[in-house]
Write a protein that binds this ligand. Structure first.
Ligand code: PLP
Length: 393
């Protein structure tokens, strides 16, 4: 049984078929004058359209493909680091995955001043707290949309509004959030947003959405003959094309789900269908969260770090981190693994948040679910967890 989806959601068969088809039929560089190479160009263009629909971009040119989210954060942060001028301050969230922290911290070498935005005692990032750290020297605010450790959501539209009013840009890490709900970059009003394919039912690859006016102003690395504008701006080198083909199939899978659940008339935009799917997923996942919270609450000595109030389930995704008094988190994850339940323990790459919550050095146990998980699995999870905890006491 698999409850570690935050470390990689499994793919639908059609994604595998798209990857295989690409490798078998057109495993070649783009830009050639013959059919196979044209097909690669066409596949990339199609996937760009699909991903643009997924995040509601203004145009497919605002989507860039790459290796993973971390390398995009690095590439964009390096570019931002060359444009600090009178705004040297970067606001970084203490609750984030280290990929969206260490990358910005590295800019201290080029004169950036890091300003910390800290979580409150509830472990959550409150947008209102930003006002105390934003000023006319703030260049950018970097934060996650959902914590990969606690599953808590951040009100990113509020973050963007406050940052923009201070004249700063915003960079959002949607890696953990993306499989759990709709993304609308225009409604959020952000400048940069990154995602990772393996969290959203696609193979290992990453994509970045960048507001074209913002990214086109930045000095990114490319060979001289590559156009210095979107979509080429952030795509130096050869991509893993088969995984881009897989990403397209993953979006098609979600779109089909949207068609199936759509209540109103069909035939509306791709984004509308994708958002239908993601809203249905979010609604179902709130039931998963509720049952998962009940399961952990049934274990004596267990405490959940994150939103537990059943009336506030819309403020979390079904990623639950918890600890059991007097028992090592790693022993619990190992005990569960020995009984064929895949979960994880440790700091979840968010060691600063764990330290702030007083949960280091051992860290927490994390169970992370997506829409293909079931209530029956949660019953088995609860029973197995009870057995493991009893054995360790
Ligand atoms: C919230 C968050 N941000 C960033 C990353 C890093 O993404 P990638 O593995 O694509 O570099 C992860 C990976 O788990 C994550 O959960």
């Amino acid at each position: 049984m698999f409850f570690d989806n935050a470390a990689g959601a499994q793919i639908p068969r059609r994604v595998l078929e798209a990857v295989t088809d690409h490798l078998v039929a057109r495993n070649v560089q783009r830009g050639g004058p013959y059919t196979r190479s044209h097909e690669v160009d066409a596949m990339i263009a199609r996937t760009r359209e699909s991903v643009a629909a997924f995040v509601n971009a203004r145009g497919a040119d605002e989507i860039a493909f790459g290796l993973n989210a971390t390398s995009f954060i690095r590439a964009i942060s390096l570019a931002v680091g060359q444009t600090l001028e009178s705004r040297p301050e970067i606001v970084v969230s203490e609750a984030d995955h280290e990929a969206n922290v260490a990358t910005w911290l590295a800019l201290e070498r080029v004169g950036a001043r890091i300003v910390w935005w800290r979580p409150r005692e509830d472990g959550r990032m409150h947008a209102a707290d930003l006002d105390a750290v934003l000023n006319e020297r703030t260049r950018l605010v970097a934060c996650t949309v959902a914590s990969n450790a606690t599953g808590s959501l951040v009100d990113v539209a509020d973050v963007a509004g406050r940052a923009h009013r201070a004249g700063a840009e915003v960079f959002f890490d949607a890696v953990h959030y993306a499989p759990h709900g709709p993304i609308d970059v225009q409604a959020i009003g952000c400048d940069y947003l990154v995602c990772s394919g393996y969290k959203i039912f696609a193979p290992h690859m990453g994509f970045a959405w960048c507001r074209r006016e913002a990214i086109n102003r930045l000095p990114t690395f490319r060979e001289d003959f590559i156009p210095d504008v979107t979509p080429d701006k952030l795509e130096a080198g050869t991509q893993v094309y088969e995984n881009i083909a897989g990403m397209n199939a993953a979006v098609a899978y979600l779109e089909d789900l949207g068609q199936r659940v759509a209540a109103g008339p069909r035939g509306t935009s791709r984004t509308a269908m994708l958002h239908e799917a993601m809203r249905a997923i979010a609604e179902y996942e709130r039931t998963l969260s509720s049952h998962l919270l009940d399961a952990v609450a049934s274990i004596p000595g267990a405490s959940v770090h994150g939103v537990t109030d059943r009336r506030r389930l819309a403020e979390r995704v079904p990623t639950l981190c918890f600890s059991v008094a007097g028992i090592d988190s790693s022993a619990i994850a190992e005990g569960m693994a020995a009984r064929d339940v895949g979960i994880r323990s440790g700091h979840m790459y968010s060691p600063r948040l764990m330290t702030r919550l007083g949960l280091m050095p051992g860290g927490v146990v994390r169970a992370s679910l997506v829409h293909y998980n079931t209530l029956a699995e949660i019953v088995r999870f609860r029973d197995t967890l009870g057995e493991v905890v009893d054995a360790l006491r």
